[in-house]
Design a binder for this molecule. Structure first.
Ligand code: ADX
Length: 186
């Protein structure tokens, strides 16, 4: 019987949270595990529709995500969240409420993100066209004791995915046989 857990990704916009999350999801689903992804951008189109980026709205967004993740986790699902979740206190609150919780810090230097600027948002934020942009004009509080750190400017997606799977296996949330499967980037 699968034991539920929340795999909580945190990191700046464009750091690779969604990419790694969806690759982890694909590997685990291939192995027949029950997995749900709560992706920041997607959650904001329904569950958190209408919320903005003030501290209050972000906290509400993260608490909603944590609430759904908790329901999934206690029903034996591997819940994956991928929102910036910039505030340490709210992430720690989620950990406390959920219990089975693995925090992944998706680390990437800001200058790399600005150079990549996949969504074109950093340029706008630097010009002042987007207010309160995380990492530019709004805080990001790095985790002090993350369970996994992936460095997306230094590692391939496959390496980052393997690190995450390795930790889940070590903690007994997935069979260790999954970790030895080759991971193809999707
Ligand atoms: S969170 O802070 O509440 O966790 P969330 O992950 O849901 O953020 O949404 C972040 C995404 O919203 C970013 O990847 C980006 O595409 C978009 N976005 C729009 N405005 C902002 C902003 N001011 N700060 C950060 N992200 C923003």
């Amino acid at each position: 019987m699968q034991k539920g857990v929340t795999l909580w990704f945190t990191g700046l916009s464009g750091s690779g949270k969604s990419t790694i999350a969806s690759n982890v999801e694909a590997v685990l689903k291939d192995q027949g595990l029950k997995v749900e992804v709560l992706d920041g951008d997607e959650v904001r189109t329904h569950l958190s529709k209408g919320l903005g980026f003030s501290k209050e709205d972000r906290d509400t967004n993260i608490r909603r995500i944590a609430y759904v993740a908790k329901l999934l986790t206690r029903n034996g699902v591997l819940a994956i969240t991928a929102a910036i979740s910039p505030y340490r206190e709210i992430r720690d609150e989620a950990r406390e409420n959920i219990g089975d919780f693995v925090e992944v810090f998706v680390k990437c230097p800001l200058n790399t993100l600005v150079a990549r600027d996949v969504k074109g948002l950093y340029e706008k934020a630097i010009k002042g066209e987007i207010a309160n942009f995380t990492g530019v004009s709004d805080p990001y509080e790095e985790p002090l004791n993350p369970d996994v750190v992936v460095e997306t400017d230094k590692e391939s997606i496959e390496e980052s995915v393997a690190k995450v799977l390795g930790t889940l296996a070590e903690r007994g949330y997935i069979p260790s046989s999954i970790v030895s499967q080759p991971v193809e980037a999707r």
